[in-house]
Design a protein around this ligand. Structure first.
Ligand SMILES: Nc1ncnc2c1ncn2[C@@H]1O[C@H](COP(=O)(O)OP(=O)(O)OP(=O)(O)O)[C@@H](O)[C@H]1O
Length: 326
């Protein structure tokens, strides 16, 4: 059997943070007696990622996503458990490993602010010791795929947020990493740019059979790219599986969107969630969906009717509030 690209077993990271009460007395006291509290950012998580797989890594703020990605990228040492990526232990930070992976953080600028990205690209070529011919061809390919044009010749500080993200991605991928850790790569970008970045990630994955672990607060990113999602909260895995199964398995209700001739009050059929012109969205318990559908069809002139799982955002919210075991 092929070895997984990522193998994580009981991975943990505990931070010790100094604790201090407010006020001068407490401030003076803390000079002599430091109290600490433990934050279990990642609390024993296990999962595998297959080569070439794109997995969405979801969770609310503070769930432990970035801490996990940093451990997998070798930036943070775990306090327990094990991580292997591409057969290597990331925490050892072996050059051989660092040259096969990339961590891209949407909220962190890794390029020189005052220089054009082209200069940072050259610098990365030297750092990663990419042979010139390979560098030129990958660079040309990335410039084309990301539609960078002359953006690479402008100082980074003059670029828009979206343009900056595109050159960031290009810089991070010049060495053609096989493993990508993408932390909110579309953060703050407009819809067109989000779509562009998404298409690029899909393309890169196909072209180089790269594995991708992606965090994003935009469910559209996740739905477009990830067949599988891992959901964490408070450092623990709540769900690991098919994105489609998440809605089917967890949501206790269905959403019926129905257009009916005439003005009819549908409150009797279910929980009315919204109305757009003649189209009404009803939420009904999953088990009752067939009966309600049949009643609507029998009792009214139905012009259009769809039965769907609730939006994935709602399902994930439900998951966080319930804290389902894996
Ligand atoms: N260096 C640190 N020192 C102390 N606590 C930390 C440190 N880094 C992270 N934490 C804590 O660990 C927990 C997990 O943080 P982490 O950044 O991994 O979450 P996240 O899921 O990436 O959240 P977000 O979506 O907000 O980026 C949080 O409670 C955070 O405050």
């Amino acid at each position: 059997m092929q070895e997984p690209a990522v193998r994580v077993a009981e991975l943990r990271r505990v931070f010790r943070v100094p604790e201090r009460e407010a006020g001068l007395k407490a401030a003076v006291g803390s000079l002599f007696r430091r109290r600490h509290r433990e934050v279990r950012a990642v609390d024993g998580i296990s999962f595998d990622i297959a080569p070439g797989e794109i997995v969405g890594f979801l969770g609310p703020n503070g769930a432990g996503k970035t801490t996990t990605l940093k451990m997998l990228a070798g930036l943070l040492q775990p306090t327990g458990g094990e991580a292997r990526v591409l057969g290597d232990v990331p925490g050892r930070r072996r050059t051989g490993y660092l040259r096969r992976m990339a961590l891209v953080m949407g909220n962190r600028n890794q390029l020189h602010w005052d220089l054009p990205a082209a200069d940072s690209f050259d610098l990365n070529r030297a750092i990663y010791q990419i042979p010139w011919a390979e560098y030129r061809s990958t660079r040309a390919e990335l410039v084309d795929l990301l539609d960078l044009g002359d953006l690479v010749t402008k100082p980074v500080r003059n670029l828009s947020l979206g343009e900056r993200m595109k050159v960031e991605l290009a810089a991070a991928l010049l060495h053609r990493p096989e493993m990508l850790f993408l932390d909110e790569p579309t953060l703050g970008l407009d819809l067109t740019m989000q779509r562009r970045i998404r298409a690029f990630v899909a393309d890169y994955n196909r072209r180089y059979s790269a594995s991708v672990l992606l965090t994003s607060h935009y469910m559209a990113d996740v739905e477009a790219l990830c067949k599988r999602v891992i959901v964490i909260d408070h450092g623990r895995i709540l769900f690991d599986g098919d994105l489609a199964a998440l809605a089917t398995d967890l949501a206790a209700y269905k959403e019926l969107a129905v257009t009916i001739e005439g003005d009819v009050d549908l409150a009797d059929y279910g929980d009315v969630r919204g109305r757009e012109g003649d189209r009404v969205t009803l939420r009904v318990p999953k088990a009752q969906a067939p009966v309600v559908t049949a009643r609507l069809l029998a009792e009214h002139t139905v012009l259009d009717l769809t039965v769907e799982d609730p939006p994935i955002e709602d399902v994930i919210e439900l998951l966080f509030s319930r804290g389902v075991a894996p």
